[in-house]
Design a protein around this ligand. Sequence first.
Ligand code: S5P
Length: 268
Amino acid sequence: PTTTKRYGARAAAHTNPTARRLLETMERKKTNLCVSVDVTKAADVLEVVRRVAPAVCMVKTHIDIIEDFTPALTAELARLAEEHDFVIFEDRKFADIGNTVSLQYSSGVHRIAEWSHMTNAHPLPGPGIITGLGVVGKPLGRALLLLAEMSSAGNLATGEYTRTAVRMAREAGRDWVVGFIAMGRVDEDGPADEDFLVLTPGVGLVAKGDKLGQQYRTPREVVYDSGCDVIIVGRGIYGVQGGAEAVLAEAERYRAEGWKAYEERLNR
Ligand code: S5P
């Protein structure tokens, strides 16, 4: 059902403020591209983000890989998100019991809940992980995604595991669990008025994979064939040869491909 609706129309009907903001941004900037900024120096993170900002609806971080982390980095990311109109997604992949994840989300050096609009969790520990993160994130208007599927070869998130993830999201409610990391429309069996976001990593226009099990599909395969909402691209963009200029050009190329596939999906 969601695959035939415009992002803007979906925004208007959504009850979660972060999901609404993301969908509005996608419509306004004409982009379903999330850039995954997996570099290990604060200055390099900010350089990539400043470059790709015009082309993205979302920036995804792994804050625990930064070697010179200080709160100034996340403050600047938050400022850039306002200036350039994108959502920040800390790809933390929480995977512990409710009490522990609520501490990991709110505290430590990174204080993820303070600056990251969206984060994600493995459904593995059961619904307590969703509740535990919700205690922290819900009052702040944040949003949670569940990892229902993964892009890497041999992963265990398939079949009944995936179906249970979707059921857990439905039971938690879309004012907190707004969607999934998945490779396709895992929510297809839902009612017509249901709206989950599907964000999909493992996207590349050149490489087919890496040496560690990552598997890539094109933006068209992900958005048109599989009906996903957001493409997540890391090394395909920040790893491109040719310096800073090339990074924006490559982001713009993925943005154009992803948007074209979305427009074609609407007119199918
Ligand atoms: O199943 C997954 C889930 C995620 S969030 N597969 C993934 O690759 N990711 C993340 O997406 C991964 O942690 C990395 O940050 C990004 C993909 O990076 P790329 O360089 O392979 O595009």
